[in-house]
Design a protein around this ligand. Structure first.
Ligand SMILES: [Zn+2]
Length: 1022
């Protein structure tokens, strides 16, 4: 795709009736030897929340669509339909009576209704993380298997705002054979149409063979509605949308209405339509043609079913009865179309037909017309993009701990005493997170009340997941399981934090220490490697002592909690200590209120104040110094890093690694984008800036707080619209190698402004930069002057980097945001957007519900090792091992779970370390997901899905101490050696969504993964 980008002019000449294309001509005799086969595929695009909430859509439209479907498809076996969103389908199924269910099942098994993709939703492909993309696909597919016994074969994605290669890979691994995409930049569509490349084998960029090839059909025109799917001329195609017959509620904006097909006009109507079909067919290589027939929430009235199906059947009957037309037209499902195409080329489904082209890369950024780039939604509503990822980490952690707890309970014969019913909480969370991956949810493009509905569901999921985690942790840390008693109303552990409402930031749990006795603390490490890191908890006293399980006193750095830039709390303090946690484990610590710990060291705090009040601060519970700010650069440092900060602004200026004499300029700047004065303005989808951004007005100099101590040092600079916190951890290993950055953003008093964070460095990356796709793979990008500024922005869900022959600077992110590199040496992230108007894509609202949002990052500066100058091929690139580990750290925070005080004392606890052997450090345990029973979806079966991803990495950077034993095994692992105290009773390779199984392997088999491969296995552990 990068080659295509360099080739195109990205101009926008008028293409005639097909405005963004060209004139299409054909010879009348072209179909004489091989007739045109036309498959008209009726569909209805149902958004699980957008302008209305999920439930409101279901009540108002979706249930009627599905109710009518049962009746109307049954009237004629030639009628076909496709459906994709299982969230809606399952809701309908659960409210339908057995007769309706039976009728629906008959339509599906009879091939009249095809379930396409079969995900919980049609996911967004820019902001969604691959963990969630897979999870919602599993949830949908598992529902289909349990209720209908069917397996989807074709993917259908007509509405996501740009398409990711990750989706092609996931569908391939789920054993789908073909897929369809629609929203692709109009210039790229035109180019692909002119080279007849709209159907291609989509190959992953890293694949040196063809094992990842996925057959993909790209729709050629502007939209998936009827006017843009029958052929190049919308004025004609609209006449074949029979819902728009005169007298109805909608009409054709091209001013020629449809006509009912009758004997007198059928020849003329059929000719007119066939001309469009033939022209469209000229854009593709085969003589099989796909014609979708539908739109948003279509077919909700019985009348529309009659209008479309009877008129089209008349047209088909006429066309098919005229041999000289050389056409065979019919209703079909998506797979009917694909299979006819494969048959025409004599290849099995999913194989490359003839000399069809092969393509690697992705389809971002999307523009539908002019310079209207859909790059705003990469950042829109960052609060929820962040909340989503916090919940995903909890979901993964809860799945793993629940599976381990249930397996351990079974092993101990205590299954009956464990709250296995927590499974219902997992199911609810899977579905809420799944729902949020919808292309109007995580994108931030739904109406305000719909956003609240999503937020409420997400918060409910988060609360449920925290309960699953504490219940599992309770069982797993009990030293003597005989003392284990579970009381629903009396939790053993407290949660790590709480959110008061769906739109508020979390409040960390305060651990109240008491001289009378210790408090116990359980720390959960959700990552699959041992973790050496600094952990901070809130305590109510400055007299704190932290002990490990076996009684060793840990060094503690005590620092203040700040209620404002200069005001410290007298009641709450932060205790930071360094811990070593087992992989996926739960470690136990003891906290005492004790005066005599020489291991507790108070942070040194300096307030750098500009002008206003440099006063003595006698009343502070912890010592603070203050001094007037000066323009001198000041520094903080750790054993691995030294950071320089501007004396005037308090913002980061430079990074120096201890092993590298060269200081690297990394200047943090804040910029403001405005919107255009013209009528087309930025909104939830579109980014239409009024030119280059202007520097954020730093006139009002901030109060800067510098905190230094043995375990961490940080600089906090507070501005009116954001607060920068830059922290480094003085610990060995990964946690100490990167810079922890939190930007608290609050732009609620702005109008039509977007706040950007820019990193200005002396790295000579030219116009090349790298962004991840769905946190799964890295996509090289190039800045193009020929694109408008907004066309150079890309989604970043976990990282972006720039590099030259010496250094790579990676910005890791904990939430999806839009990013670009507008000049050599720069990275620029849009942090939040406040836009007062709609941008004419159907939402009908601006973005005015901004929240106070905490955007979290880790900045990693790496040095290339000698003899390893730039090994990137230009089409692929990989993070280093340190980068992978940093991303894991940032995305999966340690959960600090205090044991609640017990009247009769706390029974003995012990650290739980589930892994028997060390996992190779390039194997990521993506999930350990308990599979539901066939009978009751609210209960777990004895089976668990183990999903592994082998990370690919760039080894050209100087080795650093990761803090854990990093070994690789060429992708080989022995699953039976993995879990301590558990017997592996089944090891069965599965397709990604567990729909296809291979022969079970011997339990002690070695399994093997290629770099980048994701594989699923069904396990029975007890
Ligand atoms: Zn949609």
């Amino acid at each position: 795709m990068l080659d295509v980008y360099s080739l195109l002019k990205f101009d926008n000449p008028d293409g005639g009736v097909w405005k963004q294309g060209f004139d299409i001509t054909y010879e009348p005799d072209e179909w004489e030897t091989e007739p045109l086969q036309v498959f008209v595929v009726p569909h209805s695009h149902n958004d699980p929340g957008w302008v209305k909430t999920f439930d409101k859509y279901f009540t108002d439209q979706t249930q009627h669509i599905l109710n009518n479907m049962v009746v109307k498809l049954a009237e004629d076996p030639r009628r076909k339909f496709i459906w994709s969103e299982i969230s809606f389908f399952s809701k309908w199924w659960e409210t339908a009576d057995v007769y309706k269910q039976e009728a629906m099942r008959k339509l599906i098994l009879g091939g009249q209704l095809e379930i396409v993709t079969g995900g919980w939703v049609m996911t967004d492909e820019a902001n969604a993380h691959y963990f969630a993309m897979i999870d919602q696909l599993i949830e949908g597919h598992q529902w289909l298997e349990r209720n209908l016994g069917i397996i989807p074969q074709s993917g259908w994605a007509v509405d996501p705002f740009g398409h990711s290669a990750t989706m092609a890979y996931l569908l391939k691994k789920a054993n789908l054979t073909s897929m369809l995409i629609q929203r692709v930049h109009y210039s790229i569509k035109k180019h692909f149409a002119s080279t007849r490349s709209l159907e291609f084998m989509w190959r992953q960029a890293w694949d040196t063979g063809s094992s990842t090839d996925m057959f993909c059909h790209m729709m050629p025109f502007y939209s998936y509605d009827v006017p843009h799917t029958c052929g190049p001329d919308p004025k004609i195609c609209c006449q074949f949308d029979f819902k728009r017959l005169p007298g109805g509620r909608i009409n054709c904006p091209w001013k020629v209405p449809p006509k009912s097909v009758v004997e007198a006009n059928v020849a003329e109507r059929a000719q007119l339509l066939l001309d469009q079909y033939r022209k469209k067919s000229k854009l593709y290589r085969s003589k099989v043609l796909l014609v979708p027939l539908g739109d948003d929430f279509r077919y909700d009235k019985a009348l529309e079913w009659d209008q479309q199906y009877t008129n089209y059947q008349k047209l088909f009957d006429y066309m098919n009865s005229q041999p000289e037309l050389h056409v065979q037209a019919q209703f079909g499902t998506l797979t009917d179309y694909f299979n006819a195409l494969y048959k025409a080329y004599g290849v099995p489904p999913g194989s490359r037909p003839g000399d069809f082209p092969v393509l690697s890369g992705d389809f971002f950024a999307y523009a539908d017309r002019e310079d209207h780039y859909w790059t705003g939604y990469y950042t829109s509503r960052p609060f929820y993009k962040s909340l989503d990822r916090v919940i995903e980490s909890h979901l993964r952690g809860a799945e793993i701990l629940y599976s381990l707890a249930v397996a351990n309970a079974r092993h101990a014969g205590m299954e009956g005493r464990y709250p296995v019913t927590d499974y219902a909480l997992l199911v609810d969370a899977r579905r809420s997170v799944g729902l949020f991956q919808h292309h109007d949810a995580i994108t931030g493009t739904a109406k305000e009340n719909v956003v609240i509905d999503y937020g409420t569901k997400l918060l409910r999921a988060l609360i449920g997941l925290k309960r699953v985690i504490i219940n599992a942790a309770h069982f797993l840390v009990m030293k003597n399981k005989e003392f284990y008693r579970f009381y629903q109303t009396e939790p053993f552990l407290d949660t790590d934090d709480r959110r008061a409402t769906q739109d508020s930031l979390p409040q960390r749990t305060l651990i109240e220490l008491d001289p009378a006795g210790p408090r116990y603390l359980v720390l959960f490490n959700p990552i699959e490697q041992e973790r050496l890191c600094a952990v901070t908890v809130l305590v109510n006293t400055v007299r704190v002592r932290v002990l490990t399980e076996d009684g060793q006193t840990l060094p503690v750095q005590l620092s203040a909690q700040w209620s404002s830039a200069t005001q410290m709390s007298a009641e709450v303090f932060e205790a930071t200590f360094m811990v070593r946690l087992p992989p996926l484990g739960l470690a136990v610590f003891h906290l005492y209120d004790s005066a005599d710990s020489h291991m507790t060291i108070r942070s040194d705090t300096l307030l750098r104040l500009s002008g206003h009040g440099v006063a003595a601060r006698a009343l502070d519970p912890l010592p603070v110094r203050s001094q007037p700010a000066d323009s001198q650069t000041f520094y903080i440092s750790s054993q691995t890093l030294t950071l320089g900060f501007s004396g005037t602004t308090g913002l980061l200026e430079s990074i120096r690694r201890k092993d590298d004499p060269q200081e690297v300029k990394v200047q943090m700047q804040f910029m403001i984008y405005g919107t255009r004065p013209s009528k087309d303005k930025s909104g939830a989808y579109l980014f239409l800036p009024d030119g280059k951004p202007k520097p954020y007005n730093l006139k009002e100099l901030p109060a800067v707080r510098v905190v230094e101590g043995p375990l961490f040092s940080e600089v906090v600079a507070q501005y009116q619209h954001f607060e920068q916190t830059v922290r480094i951890h003085n610990v060995p290993g990964v946690d100490g190698l990167s810079v922890d950055i939190t930007i608290m953003v609050d732009i609620r008093d702005q109008t039509n402004k977007e706040l950007a964070m820019r990193l200005v460095t002396n790295i000579q990356n030219g116009d090349v930069f790298y962004t991840d796709l769905n946190s799964f793979q890295i996509q090289p990008r190039r800045f193009y002057q020929k694109l408008p500024l907004q066309g150079n922005f890309y989604p970043m869900s976990s990282q972006a980097y720039i590099q030259d022959s010496h250094h790579r600077l990676t910005l890791h992110t904990a939430q999806s945001l839009g990013i670009s590199s507008l000049e050599s040496g720069q990275l620029e992230v849009i942090m939040d957007r406040r836009l007062m108007q709609d941008d004419n894509r159907g939402l009908g609202q601006g973005l005015k519900d901004n929240k106070k949002t905490a955007n979290r990052f880790r900045l990693l500066l790496e040095k290339r090792s000698m003899g390893n100058m730039m090994i990137d091929s230009g089409t692929t690139s990989f993070p280093s091992m340190v980068s992978h580990a940093t991303s894991a750290l940032l995305n999966h925070e340690v959960l600090a779970l205090p044991v609640l005080p017990k009247r009769r004392g706390v029974p003995p606890l012990q650290t739980f370390a589930p892994l028997k052997s060390v996992l190779p450090c390039d194997i990521h345990l993506l999930n350990l997901r308990s599979i539901q029973t066939q009978k009751d979806p609210q209960f777990p079966s004895p089976h668990t899905a183990l999903i592994l991803h082998r990370l690919a990495m760039d080894c050209g950077f100087e080795g650093q101490n990761l803090g854990f034993n990093c070994t690789t095994t060429r992708g080989q692992i022995i699953v039976s050696d993995l879990f301590k105290n558990l017997d592996l009773q089944l090891l069965q390779p599965m397709s990604l969504t567990l729909m296809h199984s291979s022969t079970p392997l011997a339990n002690d088999s070695t399994i093997s993964l290629d770099p980048m491969e994701i594989s699923a296995f069904k396990l029975k552990l007890r």
